[in-house]
Every structure is written in structure tokens, then in C-alpha cells.
Design a protein around this ligand. Structure first.
Ligand SMILES: [Zn+2]
Length: 348
């Protein structure tokens, strides 16, 4: 499969080491030592910057990003999509030998993968998942899915072992998929990092033509109307916020704009218990710069293929480009929540 030119310019970790560069030289914060392995689950709505955040977190010492695990079965096993390491899923050095129960992923047939997509993966509809606050539907879901959830936890545990990482990042974002992990903390702990972005910037992004580079050439990401993306923003972020009550000591919220402006300061401020200073950093020279290396990441925004020294872009072009109607819609649909997150939305 042809990938754009910038991929060939990207540094692999091996190249960086051969060039005498330390992979982590741009990092002056890292994950705090934790007694047990730690899974950091990024919550949020699409186009909030989660792919670049996952790459940066996964490039920290002792950490790795798995990408969007909820797509493992469809975009990974079934579609054989491109992993963040730039190999097809079936040829990646990490995923095919991981096991789901007694079976390695490479031996899984598409019927089983399709069933997992529907039951515990990306295709699981909201009504199939437990309501975030409905005990009965939650119990039904967990009773019905218990066997597969057990195997899924085993898969995550094996991913820790195979990646030799103490911290793994799951950028699935979905608050519904996150319920798979909420009550399951057997051999590792799970924390939730809710990433929010200005709804007007998100609306602007969903309207753009955006190529998908992980499946086949010429395929585009879906485009959403203003109303649809704003409604989704409001609903999904409200569901993500429920984790502040479901797991109050494991929930953190970061604004994309703060992260893009100075990612180390944003993480150290808004998710302080997770991070600490690490020696050898050179933070402060350029607060938007980060050194990123390839991750074995499932699915995600094409940004996950941009490696080496990256400079975060707060991307404020929406300010000049969205219409007055879209601004009014954003105020009406997302105003109260957006103001709580600190965005200046103007008069209603
Ligand atoms: Zn890979």
C-alpha cells in the first residue's frame, strides 16, 4: 500500500538511536511509578486530538500506545488495516501473536471477529451496552459478555507483557467501550483521561474532506453536518463526564487547546497524579514540540503516522472559517457544557 511521502521521512526509533538521538530527549515529564501496570484510557468525541495525544503519551519512557482498541476486531483482524508501525495488521511484529483465549489473533476467523465487533467492540450499539447509570442493563450486558470480557482482559494483560511497558494507552475514546474496563482491574489499573476540544473547532474538522490512510487509498473519513457533530459532541462528552462520578479518583480532564499550547504543563496540571518530572528532559525550549516514535496502534487519525520531532498545532483556522449560523448552533447545543470546560461561547 502506498503511503504519503512524509512517512518515508519519519524517524523510526531504530533510526533515532543510530543517529545518536535519545528517543526521550524531548520529554521532561513521564508517567509516575505505579505499583501495578497502568492502562490510560482516553475518553472523548472524535476530532479532539486523541491520536496525537496517544502517540505522545505512548512515546514516554516505559509506555506504549495500542491506538483505538475498540476497532481491533473490524479494522485490525477483519480489514487487515495499517498498524501505526506502518505494517499491515497481519504483518505487524506485535499484534498477530497476541492471544485471545487459547487462540492467537492471526488464527481468528472473520466470523468470530465480526461477532466480537458486535458484542464488545466498535459495533456494539449504545443500547447493547449498559446505561452508564442503569444497574439492570449493566448486569445484563456483563452477564452476557462475561466470557469475552475475560478474554479481552487477558489480551490487555498480554499486551503489557509483550510490549514490556508499565503504561499502555488506549485511545478508543468511546465512553461505552470504556465500560468494558471500568469494573475490570485484575492485573492492571485503569485511569480515564477525558480530552475535550472547543465544539466549534470539532464541527469545523468534521466538515472537512479527510483521507483515511489506514485502509485504502482514496477512502475518506465520514463528514458530519454541523448539527450532527454538535449533538454528538454534547452527548458523548456528557457520557464521558459520567466517569467523574463512576470513577472519581481515576478521572482526569484535559482541554486539547491547553495540550496543544504546552502539553507537558497541561498534563502536569490537569492529570498531576499520573505524571512526574523525568531526568534528561529539555522541556521549556518549545512547549509545543514532542518527540514521537512509532506505536503499534490500531486505527485512528492519520496524525498517528507522523513521527520524529512533531510540533503540536492548536489549529485555530475555524475562528475565521465557520459561519455565524454554526456559531449560533454551537452556542445553543453545546453552550452550557462548553462554558463549563472554560470555552468563551458568547451570548446565547
Ligand atoms: Zn504494528
Amino acid at each position: 500500500m502506498h503511503l504519503p511521502d512524509r512517512h518515508s521521512r519519519a524517524f523510526s526509533p531504530v533510526q533515532m538511536l543510530e543517529n545518536g538521538l535519545n528517543m526521550h530527549s524531548a520529554v521532561s515529564i513521564g508517567f509516575r511509578q505505579h505499583a501495578r501496570p497502568l492502562l490510560v484510557y482516553i475518553l472523548g468525541w472524535g476530532r479532539s486530538g486523541s491520536s496525537v495525544m496517544a502517540n505522545i503519551l505512548g512515546s514516554m519512557p516505559d509506555a506504549a500506545s495500542l491506538g483505538e482498541m475498540r476497532y481491533l476486531w473490524d479494522r485490525g483482524v477483519m480489514e487487515d488495516g495499517i498498524c501505526g508501525c506502518e505494517a499491515a495488521f497481519s504483518e505487524c511484529a506485535f499484534w498477530p501473536d497476541l492471544s485471545f483465549g487459547a487462540q492467537p489473533l492471526k488464527a481468528m476467523d472473520s466470523e468470530r471477529a465480526r461477532a466480537l465487533t458486535r458484542s464488545i467492540g466498535s459495533g456494539a450499539r449504545r443500547r447493547q451496552f449498559p446505561g452508564l447509570h442503569n444497574e439492570r442493563s449493566r448486569k445484563t450486558y456483563f452477564d452476557r459478555s462475561a466470557g469475552d470480557l475475560d478474554l479481552l482482559m487477558g489480551l490487555y494483560a498480554e499486551a503489557f507483557e509483550r510490549s514490556q511497558s508499565r503504561v499502555l494507552i488506549d485511545a478508543s475514546k468511546s465512553p461505552f467501550y470504556a465500560l468494558n474496563l471500568l469494573y475490570e482491574q485484575r492485573s492492571f489499573d485503569v485511569v480515564f483521561l477525558h480530552l475535550v476540544r472547543d465544539p466549534r473547532a470539532v464541527l469545523h474538522s468534521w466538515k472537512k474532506r479527510k483521507p483515511r490512510e489506514d485502509v485504502s487509498e482514496g477512502q475518506l473519513f465520514p463528514r458530519y453536518s454541523s448539527t450532527r457533530s454538535l449533538l454528538q459532541w454534547a452527548v458523548v462528552n456528557a457520557e464521558c463526564e459520567r466517569f467523574a462520578h463512576l470513577a472519581p479518583d481515576r478521572y482526569y480532564r484535559v482541554r486539547f487547546e491547553d495540550f496543544a499550547e504546552n502539553w507537558q504543563r497541561a498534563l502536569a496540571t490537569d492529570a498531576a497524579p499520573l505524571f512526574e518530572q523525568v531526568p534528561g528532559g529539555r522541556g521549556g525550549e518549545n512547549s509545543r514540540a514532542a518527540l514521537v516514535h512509532a506505536q503499534h496502534s490500531i486505527s485512528g487519525n492519520p496524525a498517528r503516522f507522523i513521527l520524529g520531532e512533531v510540533t503540536l498545532d492548536p489549529n485555530t483556522s475555524w475562528r475565521d472559517e465557520i459561519s455565524g449560523t454554526d456559531r449560533r448552533l454551537a452556542r445553543m447545543i453545546c453552550g452550557p457544557a462548553a462554558r463549563r470546560y472554560g470555552y468563551v461561547m458568547g451570548a446565547v
